[in-house]
Design a protein around this ligand. Sequence first.
Ligand SMILES: NC(=O)c1ccc[n+]([C@@H]2O[C@H](COP(=O)([O-])OP(=O)(O)OC[C@H]3O[C@@H](n4cnc5c(N)ncnc54)[C@H](OP(=O)(O)O)[C@@H]3O)[C@@H](O)[C@H]2O)c1
Length: 254
Amino acid sequence: MNEFSLEGKNALITGGGRGIGRAIALTFAEAGANVALTARTMNQLEDVADEIHSIGKRSLAFQADISNADSVREMVAGVINEFGVIDILVNNAGISTTPFSDPLSDAAWHQVIETNLSGPFYCCRAVAEGMKSRHSGSIINISSISGAMATGGSVAYNSSKAALNMMTKVLAMEWASYNISVNAIGPGWFETDMSKNSLKTPEQRAKAKEGIPMGRLTDLRDLGLLAVYLASPAAEWMTGQVIYLDGGETGAFL
Ligand SMILES: NC(=O)c1ccc[n+]([C@@H]2O[C@H](COP(=O)([O-])OP(=O)(O)OC[C@H]3O[C@@H](n4cnc5c(N)ncnc54)[C@H](OP(=O)(O)O)[C@@H]3O)[C@@H](O)[C@H]2O)c1
């Protein structure tokens, strides 16, 4: 099953300090990749980097704010300086509107759009140069079922993810001739710091499960396994796709 191996590949994962990014980072390392991690909270990145070292792979913790184009340029240059090349980019870092007291405020709109949409754009642009010159690369954008389903209370978040899906498809078209694949994963409900306030009470959990045809939540590792596939040689001919991993939740919509 060598087609599923990431042996010898170098990956950069944004938001790799916790939650979904951490899970993808650890699964990548198990599949053989060296993994650079980036976020704003350095101690979380260092903890995950230690976990990756204990799996026997190289890791690098790099502090950066993906909503800032200069910070992204510096981050990509820093990772290339250490690793030589970046074969795989996972645009995972993101924020929701939950922490904002007014989800319709300028601050909520701009911070969510700049983090969830401009951030992945800056990162794609920064890694593409090297990928184009090597005629090889995989980019995975972590979107959401919220990019496909309208839900109340989070206009900036849903809009950012819907636009990220379109960005995925357009960049996939533009870079296909360079043999760069660009795909997205749309997770349903996963238990992380981001979702914990919506899954706190038994009533909230029951309501979330009601919307999932499989009637249950699942492990973060499932996302890591899908990301491994998309980053591996097995998925070389797959590009421009948004794959939902959601226990069937988007099934009625798409
Ligand atoms: N959990 C779910 O149910 C769910 C469902 C669908 C989609 N998603 C998506 O999955 C992705 C990961 O979410 P999660 O649930 O794992 O959330 P999380 O636990 O809050 O993790 C988010 C990560 O992104 C980083 N981050 C946020 N803003 C950043 C910035 N400006 N620059 C660099 N890093 C930044 C955070 O680190 P710092 O704060 O230290 O920077 C953290 O490492 C997000 O794109 C989210 O929209 C999650």
